[in-house]
Design a protein around this ligand. Structure first.
Ligand code: NAP
Length: 244
């Protein structure tokens, strides 16, 4: 029986690639989106046209009732959640002394509270079979805080320690929890950089290129699979050596 994966923020960027690669590897996919309905529908059509199974579901993953609805939908469609990928996220740049509480809360709620809310629902499902995998998409800026990205760095750093806490708490129940910390990946999130700024960034990356969404989706596939059955509580940095 094929497994079910819930991917948050699957309408664009890294989440889209994860949904696509999991579907093509035989997973039944619940692809969550918030604002990008057309992109989510395009993803579903692409997966189905390639022989995969996918349902899309709109939910703002920072909202408790919408997250509950997302997991109720997943169970109603596929009966169980084997894998959860907490990918949805936003970045807001700005000096901390000019960041409003509203901006701070938006970043923390979207990036971090969503991981709590979705993991809570998923764990309650996974406890039925004592089996499951959670993968949290953090960031290199959660390992080493970035200037001008205080709220983002705080949200991602907390995801890494929450990953460790969940791994310890749920390992005895057969649930593995890991994080992936991408470096600079080619998505809409980095559209704000000019060509020159991007070239400067690439100069700081030992492998000489920015990352592709596939660099992250393939790592997620490995962590979700049996070849990673003895790995939990880890944060896998996928950044071409950027942080070294
Ligand atoms: P992206 O291209 O901007 O896509 C973000 C995705 O998150 C979209 O599908 C968006 O859905 C979804 N999303 C945002 N807020 C949401 C909410 N409240 N509820 C549900 N979905 C929501 O970003 P990305 O680069 O792929 O980033 C994906 C993850 O990787 C994020 O957690 C990000 O922090 C992390 N990351 C990215 C990089 C990078 O360089 N790109 C580096 C390190 C870490 P809608 O459009 O439908 O609203």
């Amino acid at each position: 029986m094929s497994k079910c994966v819930v991917v948050t923020g699957a309408s664009r960027g890294i989440g889209r690639q994860i949904a696509l690669d999991f579907a093509l590897s035989g997973y039944k996919v619940i692809a969550n989106y918030n604002k990008s309905e057309k992109e989510a529908e395009d993803l579903k059509n692409e997966i189905i046209s390639k022989g995969g199974i996918c349902e899309i579901f709109r939910a703002d993953v920072s909202k408790e009732n919408e997250v509950k609805a997302l997991f109720e939908f997943a169970v109603s469609r596929f009966g169980y959640v084997d894998v959860l990928i907490n990918n949805a996220g936003i970045s807001k740049s700005g000096l901390i002394n000019t960041t409003s509480l509203e901006e701070w809360n938006e970043v923390i709620n979207t990036n971090l509270t969503s991981v709590f809310l979705c993991s809570r629902e998923a764990i309650n499902i996974m406890l039925q079979k004592h089996e499951g995998v959670i993968i949290n998409i953090a960031s290199v800026w959660g390992v080493s805080g970035a200037s001008y990205e205080g709220a983002y760095s705080a949200s991602k750093g907390a995801i890494i320690t929450l990953t460790q806490a969940l791994a310890k708490e749920n390992g005895p129940s057969g649930i593995r929890v890991n994080a992936i910390s991408p470096g600079v990946i080619d998505t809409d999130m980095n559209k704000c950089y000019s060509k020159e700024e991007m070239e400067e960034l690439i100069d700081d990356i030992p492998l000489g290129r920015i990352g592709k969404c596939r660099d992250i989706s393939k790592t997620a596939l490995f962590l979700a699979g049996d070849d990673a059955s003895y790995i939990t509580g880890q944060n896998i940095i996928v950044d071409g050596g950027f942080l070294l």
